[in-house]
Design a protein around this ligand. Structure first.
Ligand SMILES: [Zn+2]
Length: 81
């Protein structure tokens, strides 16, 4: 049996991984905290709490991230049916 030498393959895989675009980015609204501080603008008082833009995650998927999410959802749907 030939000796297993996955060096070339794993090197290729590593290259692919490093070429992946960022899948998420810091939420601009909460600055990556996931929470908003209470604040007042004129007479309106905004409650603090979970950021409604990222829903507390602190990060938002980028275009590439959304593509991955869509891919995973499609795969899950295909497997559940
Ligand atoms: Zn946020």
């Amino acid at each position: 049996m030939a000796s297993c030498s996955p060096d070339a393959e794993s090197g290729e895989l590593l290259e692919m991984m490093t070429e992946l675009p960022p899948l998420e980015t810091n939420c601009e609204k909460c600055g990556g905290a996931g929470m908003l501080r209470p604040r007042r603008e004129g007479t309106v008082i905004y409650q603090g709490g979970q950021c409604d833009t990222c829903r507390g995650a602190g990060k938002l998927p980028t275009e590439a991230g959304n593509a991955v999410i869509a891919f995973i959802r499609n795969q899950q749907r295909a497997r559940n049916l």
